[in-house]
Design a protein around this ligand. Structure first.
Ligand SMILES: [Mg+2]
Length: 382
């Protein structure tokens, strides 16, 4: 598998001074969000175009990040990812994460121009005008949330295996190491199962949560994939997702190519979106190459480039992202605000351990991850 050389990490643009200076762990979590958002915005420009149309419009290299001028407008993928984090930041305990994330998604639904969904938002994200623009929202998310978004792994809300689950669950990988891998995996599955009932709708989301944790830890990709596959295979009906992850891992050895992306599918369904995003993050030699591989194909370019950018950002950090693109993100303000809310909760944990499995021993002192509620219960809106 390809490893980054030191030159690959260089960025031509300074990191914007508006970004909060934090510990290395915090900057990688921020890079995960920003890398996903920039990838989403790039892919969104060609989401519904086949490769032939992209090629006709942008030339033989397809859409390029360096040539993507103007505001970088993100789609529903980034919106919902930020709502996932907002729900997590509000949760008072591990046990309440899934329901707080569900409430956050109902906030999102209320911003999507459906009068039936109108309600006072519980969180702050929905107060930002830029977060209230429908940006090609997925029908499965809209219809499942209109019914309350109460799907579970055991009681599926539908039979959808769309990529609307995996595209939004990376933040579950931000949970402290005191939360074990199996729990992170299960929470990823449950947050996706709120709206997507097929195992290939929620298992890729579970795998994404864990792959994000692994990437934040800078673990070698092959070891990460092995750990994810072990957990994955302990769940029923996991063949589709397991095979897609294996295919991505196999494709990543040797030179990266667009043909390899196409061989992994189009990304409209969960396991294919994860496979393409993972492949691009593993095989690319720079952030721009990563999101360009993940955006230039026949399928769901914004979801695949979002996933690829999240994994890249988590793995390689803020210094590898183009600073000028960060500044042009339309949702930069709300993204930083929800990130800060989450990180403030981290600091409450006191002896929080930032890095690596080597320090996991210390982190166990935290015991069960539990905080005091951060919200007036009367303000709850659903
Ligand atoms: Mg989208």
């Amino acid at each position: 598998m390809r490893r980054m050389g030191s030159n690959d990490r260089a960025t031509t643009d300074p990191i914007p001074s508006i970004l909060p200076a934090r510990t290395p762990g915090a900057t990688r979590r921020l890079a995960c969000l920003l890398g996903g958002a920039i990838g989403d915005a790039l892919g969104y420009r060609v989401e519904f175009q086949h490769w032939r149309e992209i090629e006709r419009r942008y030339g033989p290299t397809g859409i390029r990040l360096a040539a993507a001028r103007g505001p970088l407008v993100v789609s529903d993928d980034t919106q919902m990812t930020l709502y996932t984090l907002e729900g997590m930041a509000r949760a008072a305990s591990i046990e309440s994460i899934v329901d707080e994330v569900r409430v956050a998604y109902l906030d999102w639904l209320a911003t999507q121009g459906r009068s039936a969904a109108a309600r006072a938002p519980v969180g702050r994200l929905a107060h930002h005008a830029v977060m209230c623009q429908p940006q090609a929202p997925g029908n499965t998310c809209l219809s499942a949330l209109a019914r309350g978004g109460g799907g579970t792994v055991e009681q599926p809300i539908n039979d959808s295996k769309g990529c609307g689950g995996v595209m939004r669950t990376a933040p579950l990988g931000f949970l402290p190491l005191s939360v074990d891998d199996a729990t992170v995996f299960r929470l990823g599955a449950e947050c996706a199962a709120l709206t997507h009932g097929h195992p290939d709708g929620w298992l890729p989301a579970a795998a994404m949560a864990l792959l994000t944790r692994e990437a934040l830890d800078a673990a070698p990709w092959d070891a990460s994939i092995s750990r994810v596959l072990v957990l994955l295979r302990s769940w029923p009906r996991s063949d589709g997702t397991a095979k897609a992850i294996e295919a991505a891992g196999k494709a990543a050895s040797g030179a990266p190519s667009r043909a390899k992306v196409s061989a992994l599918g189009e990304g409209w369904v969960g396991e294919e979106a994860l496979a393409i995003g993972l492949y691009a993050a593993m095989a690319a030699r720079s952030y721009a190459e990563c999101v360009e591989f993940a955006a230039n194909h026949d399928g769901d370019s914004d979801s695949t480039a979002s996933i690829a950018g999240q994994l890249w950002g988590a793995r390689h950090g803020l210094g590898t992202l183009p600073g000028d693109c960060i500044e042009r993100l339309d949702v930069l303000g709300p993204l930083l605000e929800v990130f800060e809310a989450w990180e403030a909760d981290y600091r409450e944990l006191g002896r929080w351990v930032e890095s690596g499995r080597g320090e996991a021993e210390e982190s166990r002192d935290l015991g069960t991850w539990r905080r005091h509620p951060r919200r007036d219960p009367l303000s709850r809106g659903s």
